[in-house]
Design a protein around this ligand. Structure first.
Ligand code: DGY
Length: 321
């Protein structure tokens, strides 16, 4: 059967698809396809292997045609896909959970450390030749060890971050989630609390929620004003969960100490003014960008397609609304 891969991914998944007897076409363009290009390329295929930059909705699904069986997203997040449109057309949607959990949790921790210890700012300072010798007050940051970490959204990645922080850095873990995790609480002493309590008492706040109507701008002026002035805020989930203009103001006014963001509200554009601030560390949506994670994402996306095209339930079927 025909599979269209919207952008080059590691070879391992492409090999699996070919070994399973499918005809695989990979976009040759090293950029997201335009709507028209995507519509043209998906026409007549049974499976689409999509990126989070591809908006998959009724227009694309209809352009593919009635034979389309599955859209396998090369990401754990799938807010780029209209699940209702897929359900109406009986198209299965899959994602790539688990295999990128550790990579993203590592990056969230790296951003916490970098913002707290002013690593990027120190690097810029050193490279600019500004270092004139050791100084008692040079680039003072915040301790990480033993502090309180507030995790908003305790799914796979939030839990993996909690374990790193509790076990490696003796941090007290608070979290806010609809579902308390009794097993994790017993293991590391974490505690599910109301959002306001988490915001007011955490030294570090890391966000791990999916992008939904209910989580859009979950963090805005009110939330930043509730945080400690010494707090460090980290987002590796989805950009629009944070009102970036409000984050800019909070960092400028000193409502919080610093921030680390891997996802931006208007990717690939960054809100004007953010990149000039010294107290924010910015990475370009690379939290899952390890060789291991990306190879495994390729494998998992392919396995989902192979199962779906055999008429089986794919391992990572996204529950439709
Ligand atoms: C995902 O998988 O949703 C990540 O954002 C990709 O890095």
């Amino acid at each position: 059967m025909k599979v269209f891969v919207t952008r080059k991914i590691p070879q391992v998944g492409l090999d699996l698809l070919a070994q399973a007897g499918h005809m695989v076409e990979v976009s040759e363009l090293d950029r997201p396809l335009t709507r028209d290009e995507l519509k043209q390329k998906v026409s007549g295929v049974e499976a689409i292997l999509s990126q989070l930059t591809d908006k998959i909705d009724e227009e694309i699904l209809d352009a593919a045609g009635k034979q389309l069986k599955v859209v396998a997203n090369y990401a754990v997040g799938y807010d780029n896909i209209n699940l209702k449109d897929a359900e109406t057309r009986r198209v299965l949607i899959t994602n790539t959970p688990d295999v990128l959990t550790d990579a993203v949790a590592d990056q969230a921790f790296a951003l916490m450390m970098a913002a707290a210890r002013r690593i990027a700012e120190s690097d810029r300072f050193a490279r600019a030749g500004k270092y004139t010798g050791w100084q008692p007050f040079l680039l003072l940051g915040q301790d990480v060890f033993g502090k309180t970490l507030g995790i908003v959204g305790l799914g796979r990645i939030g839990s993996a971050l909690a374990k790193r922080a509790a076990k490696g850095f003796s941090m007290r873990i608070l979290y806010h989630d609809q579902k308390p995790n009794a097993e994790l609480d017993a293991e590391i002493g974490s505690k599910n609390v109301e959002m306001d309590e988490l915001l007011k008492t955490s030294d570090f706040i890391s966000v791990h929620v999916p992008l939904l109507d209910s989580t859009r701008h979950l963090f805005s002026t009110k939330q930043f004003e509730m945080m400690k002035k010494t707090a460090v805020f980290v987002n590796t989930s989805r950009g629009p969960v944070v009102d970036e203009a409000a984050l800019l103001e909070a960092l400028k006014k000193g409502d919080i100490f610093g921030a680390g963001i891997d996802v931006w509200e208007f990717e690939p554009k960054l809100t004007a003014g953010l990149s000039e601030l010294p107290n924010i560390v910015i990475t370009p949506h690379t939290a899952s960008a390890t060789i291991e994670a990306r190879n495994n994402m390729s494998k998992v996306a392919a396995e989902n397609i192979i199962a779906a095209l055999k008429g089986e339930v794919p391992p990572n079927l996204v529950k439709l609304v």
